[in-house]
Write a protein that binds this ligand. Structure first.
Ligand SMILES: *[C@@H]1O[C@H](CO)[C@@H](O)[C@H](O)[C@H]1NC(C)=O
Ligand SMILES: *[C@@H]1O[C@H](CO)[C@@H](O)[C@H](O)[C@H]1NC(C)=O
Ligand SMILES: *[C@@H]1O[C@H](CO)[C@@H](O)[C@H](O)[C@H]1NC(C)=O
Ligand SMILES: *[C@@H]1O[C@H](CO)[C@@H](O)[C@H](O)[C@H]1NC(C)=O
Ligand SMILES: *[C@@H]1O[C@H](CO)[C@@H](O)[C@H](O)[C@H]1NC(C)=O
Ligand SMILES: *[C@@H]1O[C@H](CO)[C@@H](O)[C@H](O)[C@H]1NC(C)=O
Length: 426
């Protein structure tokens, strides 16, 4: 890495998670729900129905120190470091870190053992650099449960490391000068949260429990935006933790209600004032306790410590939202069973020399999802062949002081999944 080995400035926040009001997993029937979770490991035990949280803290927050707010504009890198220790038996817990309602990290805790563990996660958060100039609240939500069987508590330090700029290679945003067009490939000038305001106004994911849930945020954006990207964070839990192994409902209807349904396909849809502008086919992240916790020591599943977020380019559609009025950005999840935690960040690039961008939407094609399911089963044996395809195409031009740029955003997805022999899930 070319950057200076010593951070210019580090801010640390010390957090302690004893237990939180809302457990992330339904503890009463967790065992039944998570069919891929083993029950033979000594540090895992089945929670009992009298697991009651002892007190209700839900958020921990800090206001950044003033020397951080007056921090010089330039830097080459910003890292968020999550470092935690925990001792005692505990499940893997999902958590999020937000600044001013903008999610920076979605992650899963390592599963502690009775003698204790320490782990750390580092994430490059330079794309959120515009947040640092504001006096924002840093919030962490970690749904832990403490009872007789689960007594691991988390002691966490969250540290932000700012690295000084490398003179020869930076523009005034800290972006890379090699960009052909200013603004493209460097970081957004403004990031707006599409997250929940409650219980505190600091950011929290929305919960989606079925395919008819539609979550949204209404917001106004400046009129001199020339590029917009919506970044979506999503994680699946409870009945949808292993959604890619869920079986078609017709199988459950005929044979067994002990399977989880809605089939092995999930899709997140992004809409702008009701128009479909993007689709996400999420990566199958396996958390640190998933399938068998022993599989994830010492190397955890891909994305489990830093879940992927997904970018939807909505620049071609900017014309819809540059009128200075309020617009609605919405999210829903096809086939959602329960539960899915979702929120988003709207990254906006501003024309510093202009007050109003010109634009035109040239093309918008959002074809309905094409789904086919061919099943052939008798008894528990059988096969299901599911094919799904999705196509979204957006084209538009935007003229700012940086020039007149035509953007095409194309998403063409195709999915084919053969499930055979229902018994493999028993
Ligand atoms: C930041 O905001 C808090 C709460 O609104 C306020 O008490 C504090 O004075 C502000 N700090 C700065 C440096 O603006
Ligand atoms: C957090 O930082 C404090 C102060 O530097 C240190 O004493 C503590 O051990 C750290 N905890 C973790 C989990 O890193
Ligand atoms: C979907 O979830 C919402 C919110 O939890 C609930 O109000 C609604 O009744 C559910 N719809 C169905 C069909 O289950
Ligand atoms: C989800 O959102 C998309 C885009 O707005 C919409 O076309 C679709 O009907 C919604 N699905 C449901 C079940 O509401
Ligand atoms: C359905 O499955 C049965 C038993 O495995 C097999 O004999 C039959 O050929 C299959 N039919 C089709 C249409 O695939
Ligand atoms: C921007 O470019 C497009 C495509 O070349 C063109 O049709 C449009 O007229 C241009 N807009 C302006 C304001 O020059």
């Amino acid at each position: 890495m070319a950057s200076s080995p010593f951070p210019l400035l580090s801010i640390s926040l010390f957090l302690l998670f004893l237990l939180l009001h809302q457990p992330l997993f339904s503890t009463t029937n967790l065992h039944k729900l998570r069919s891929l979770r083993p029950d033979f490991l000594p540090q895992i035990s089945t929670p009992s129905s009298n697991d009651t949280p002892l007190s209700p803290p839900t958020h921990y927050f800090e206001t950044p120190p003033s020397h951080c707010l007056s921090h010089p504009k330039e830097f080459s890198k910003i890292f968020l470091e999550w470092r935690a220790i925990s001792k005692g038996r505990q499940y893997d817990r999902i958590f999020g870190v937000w600044v001013g309602g903008v999610e920076l990290l979605r992650s899963c805790t390592a599963e502690p053992i009775p003698t204790g563990i320490v782990w750390s996660v580092e994430k490059d958060i330079a794309r959120y650099y515009s947040l640092r100039l504001k006096n924002q609240t840093l919030a962490v939500y970690l749904g832990n449960v403490i009872d007789k069987a689960h007594y691991g508590i988390y002691h966490v330090n969250v540290t932000l490391h700012f690295y000084p700029p490398e003179e020869e290679n930076l523009d005034s945003h800290g972006g890379n000068r090699e960009n052909l067009v200013p603004g493209y490939n460097s970081w957004a000038d403004l990031v707006l949260p599409i997250s929940r305001n409650l219980p505190l106004n600091d950011g929290l994911w929305f919960e989606i429990e079925n395919s008819t849930n539609f979550v949204f945020k209404e917001l106004k954006i400046p009129r001199n935006v020339y590029r917009a990207v919506l970044e979506v964070y999503v994680s699946f839990h409870e009945n949808d933790e292993f959604w890619y192994s869920n079986v078609p409902n017709e199988y459950i209807d005929v044979y067994s209600t002990s399977f989880l349904g809605n089939g092995p396909f999930r899709e997140v849809l992004v809409s702008l004032d009701g128009d479909l502008v993007g689709s996400i086919w999420p990566f199958t992240v396996i958390y640190t306790g998933g399938v068998s916790p022993l599989l994830w020591r010492p190397i955890s599943g891909i994305g489990s410590f830093s879940l992927p977020s997904y970018d939807i380019e909505i620049t071609p559609f900017l014309g819809k939202i540059l009128d200075g009025k309020t617009h609605k950005i919405g999210l829903n999840v096809t086939n959602a069973l329960n539960v899915c935690y979702i929120d988003a960040n709207l990254h906006l690039w501003l024309d510093k020399h202009g007050v109003k961008t010109e634009w035109k939407i040239l093309k918008h094609v959002g074809l309905p999802l094409v789904v086919s399911l061919v099943s052939n089963f008798s008894g528990f044996d059988g096969t299901f062949l599911r094919s799904v395809s999705r196509s979204i195409k957006l084209t538009g031009w935007v003229k700012s002081s940086y020039g007149n740029i035509t953007t095409n955003a194309i998403q063409d997805f195709y999915y084919n999944k053969l499930n055979s022999d229902g018994r493999q899930w028993k």
